[in-house]
Each structure stands twice: as structure tokens, then as C-alpha cells.
Ligand binder design. Structure first.
Ligand SMILES: [Mn+2]
Length: 259
């Protein structure tokens, strides 16, 4: 599976892209992070409406590309907020996601809300907070999206967060603590993957990494990508694939039931 960042929906030809993906036999998902001017957790109804329009467009794009998953920061802006979230803003995000979930359901698209660290959202920073948020949204096609990079910053236990999320986990990012090559940082992928196997997770596991060599200046600035940890995308991707498939096989063996 290839995840497309849909920050700029007009950036590519959808029909041509779908033809290429079908030709090489790869499935596609979409991801998104809202901005301060499209933040559905804003107290400003006009900004919320702009955010909902962006999200509906992203749902359409995912469906047009033949995908069924839209993930990422769909509930607030990808930004370091200057203050805590408010009840009104949270309520706006919950209401917007209920409407988006019903809209997405018509396209056969599921939404997975990515739990991010404190520097990239003020609304939900842990799986526990995310589950409460899901309860409030109350739609079966809205699940959680966990990312090891963010979990490493916020969770007391990465495995514990996965086990608590259980069948409400819809999407996974594997990223290193430094967002570079898998295995080059602090993340304990073995215990994380064993927890995924324990809950019987069968959804996408997508590698995510950033470098100013390939990421545009806007996103680099928002994410704080100030150092280049790699320059060769192909080498990075093939290494990630072999690293994670081997680690998944080990986790499968570790959690295998013999009786
Ligand atoms: Mn992520």
C-alpha cells in the first residue's frame, strides 16, 4: 500500500494516478493534516466549514483512487497550539467528524484519526484520549490511527496503548524516534508489533519518514524537519520494507499459539 499525502488535492491527475497504481498493482490510502485556516476544532464556524470542505474533497479523492482509508490529523490543525483545546472547539471537531463519517460512508471510506504528540495538536495526544474522542464521535467507520513516532513521546506504554485500542485500531504508522531509517532510533518495534499481533490487527502498517531532501518547505517547517537523515528514497523504502516485514514475522512467531 502507498499512502498519498493529500495536502494539495489539485497537485496531481487523479485518473492518471489511479491507472498507474492499478498497473503496478499497489493499493492506495490518503492522509491529511488540517491547517490553522481549515481547523475543524476551531471555535470559528467559518474555519470549521472550510475544514469540512477540505476533508470531504479528500474522501472523494481516496474513493476516486480506489482506496478505502483516509487517515491522519483529520480533527485539528497540524500545528503547535499556543494554548489548550476548549470544550467548544472539541465539540466542533466531534460534530464535524460525525458529518464527515456519514459522508465517507457513502463512498465506502473509513476514517482513522491519528494520535499526535503535543507539538502537533492540543486535542488528543494519547490512545486513551483518542478512544474517548471516538466514543463521542460514535460512528463505526471512524477508528484510531497510531504512529510509533508520536507514541514514543506521549504513551506510558506503547504496547499497552495498542492493547487498549484493540479492534478500534484502524491504521498504523511505523516511524522512528528520529523519523529516519527504521532501527536507527529508540523505538522498540518488537513489543509494539507483538501487541499488534495480540489484538489480531489486520489493517495497514505504513512506514513514514521525512527529509528535507523530498519534503516541501511548508510541511518540513510544520513538522520541524531541520536535519536530513536520508537522501535516497529508494534505499530508505526498501530498507524499511525488509526491516518491518522481518520484525512482523518475528512478532508473529513470538505470539503464536501452539495449542
Ligand atoms: Mn504519522
Amino acid at each position: 500500500m502507498l499512502e498519498l499525502a493529500l495536502m494539495d488535492p489539485e497537485a496531481f491527475d487523479v485518473k492518471e494516478a489511479r491507472a498507474v497504481f492499478e498497473d503496478i498493482g499497489i493499493s492506495v490510502s490518503g492522509s491529511l493534516g488540517l491547517t490553522p485556516s481549515t481547523d475543524v476544532s476551531s471555535e470559528d464556524e467559518l474555519i470549521v466549514a472550510k475544514g469540512e470542505a477540505v476533508l470531504r474533497k479528500a474522501v472523494q479523492l481516496v474513493a476516486e483512487l480506489g482506496g478505502t482509508d483516509l487517515c491522519g490529523e483529520l480533527y485539528s490543525a497540524l500545528a503547535k497550539y499556543p494554548s489548550a483545546s476548549t470544550e467548544k472547539g472539541r465539540g466542533n471537531a466531534v460534530a464535524a467528524l460525525r458529518r464527515l463519517a456519514d459522508y465517507a460512508d457513502g463512498f465506502g471510506v473509513s476514517l482513522s484519526l491519528e494520535i499526535l504528540n503535543r507539538y502537533e495538536t492540543n486535542l488528543v495526544n494519547t490512545a486513551e484520549q483518542g478512544l474517548k474522542f471516538l466514543d463521542d464521535v460514535g460512528r463505526p467507520n471512524v477508528k484510531l490511527h497510531l504512529d510509533t513516532y508520536h507514541m514514543n513521546i506521549e504513551e506510558s506504554s506503547m504496547a499497552g496503548a495498542v492493547l487498549a485500542t484493540g479492534d478500534r485500531l484502524g491504521y498504523v504508522h511505523v516511524g522512528e524516534s528520529n523519523r529516519g531509517y527504521l532501527g536507527s532510533g529508540n523505538i522498540d518495534f518488537a513489543s509494539f508489533l507483538r501487541a499488534l499481533m495480540t489484538i489480531g490487527y489486520a489493517g495497514p502498517i505504513v512506514f513514514e519518514s521525512f527529509s528535507t531532501a523530498v519534503v516541501g518547505p511548508n510541511l518540513s517547517n510544520v513538522l520541524g524537519v531541520w536535519r536530513n537523515l536520508w537522501e535516497e528514497s529508494d534505499d530508505l523504502a526498501s530498507h524499511a520494507y525488509s526491516y518491518i516485514t522481518t520484525a512482523i514475522r518475528s512478532a508473529e512467531q513470538a505470539t503464536r499459539k501452539w495449542v
